[in-house]
Design a protein around this ligand. Structure first.
Ligand code: ADP
Ligand code: MG
Length: 245
């Protein structure tokens, strides 16, 4: 494997007395696409939030694109520039138009000229197939459209890594596909490293290089998608798959 773009080494994290991540080890290669699944409460969100320091770990090392995550704010800023994140609940600014949501980061964080940021924003709105929504407010859009705006917003920051935390689980069923289609395209057309927490197994089979199963704060099993789904090794993985498939 080439030099990993993300490396977690013996990572431990507690919320108070609660040991949420237990000695996690994970190496992600550049351009690798990983799907993370596991029961609710197993630590999936916590793990990916630690990768861009939305959460802090207490023991072990997390190294992202050559930079170790510590309390050094400069390093945290540097890593956040490389790492985009898409959440379950979109997190768009409701009082700003779609276009303003997309240009805010590029203009204020990356110091891009406004016209350039708007041109980039329109390019990504086309990519997620909603350029006609540019001047609307998030509340005027469907959930699926809002999530596609959130994906476009991340792309406008030109990240090397994208983290997705259950991006389709708050959507009505008829909107899941339009968001997954955009993510599949993104995976296939860019060399972006992707970590995605999802239980969308069709998506996992289509795009993942590796599926990781977490339970009780540990990685229990990981494998290429076909082997993972067709021939799971651990009882807990089998039980989990029997419940979701
Ligand atoms: P998952 O994403 O797999 O559902 P999470 O990472 O969100 O799991 O949560 C793992 C465990 O940590 C859960 O038991 C949850 O209740 C707990 N937890 C999550 N966030 C916090 C927090 N900020 N404070 C205390 N406990 C938390
Ligand atoms: Mg979660």
């Amino acid at each position: 494997m080439s030099e990993p773009i993300i490396r977690l080494q013996n990572v431990n994290k507690w919320y108070g007395q609660f040991h949420v991540l237990k000695d996690l080890n994970l190496e992600v290669a550049p351009s690798e696409r990983i799907v993370i699944c596991g029961p609710s409460g197993s630590g999936k969100s916590t793990m990916i939030r630690c990768i861009n320091r939305l959460e802090e770990h207490q023991e072990g090392q997390i190294i992202v694109d050559g930079t170790e995550l510590t309390n050094d704010l400069k390093q945290i800023e540097a890593i956040r520039r490389d790492v985009g994140m898409v959440f379950q609940h979109f997190n768009l600014f409701p009082h700003m138009t779609v276009l303003e949501n997309l240009t805010l980061g590029p203009v204020w964080v990356l110091k891009r000229p406004k016209a350039e940021a708007e041109a980039t924003a329109m390019k990504y709105l086309e990519r997620v197939r909603i350029p006609e929504q540019a001047n609307k407010f998030p509340g005027q859009l469907s959930g699926g459209q809002q999530q596609r705006v959130a994906i476009a917003r991340s792309l406008c920051m030109n990240p090397k890594i994208m983290l997705f935390d259950e991006p389709t689980s708050a959507l009505d069923p008829e909107m899941v596909k339009e968001v997954l289609d955009v993510m599949v395209e993104l995976a296939e057309e860019t060399g972006m490293t992707m970590l995605c927490v999802t239980h969308e197994m069709g998506f996992a089979r289509k795009v993942a290089d590796r599926v990781i199963f977490m339970d009780y704060g540990q990685i229990i099993e990981q494998n290429a998608p076909d082997a993972f789904f067709d021939d799971p090794k651990h009882e807990r993985t089998k039980l989990f798959l029997s419940q979701i498939l």
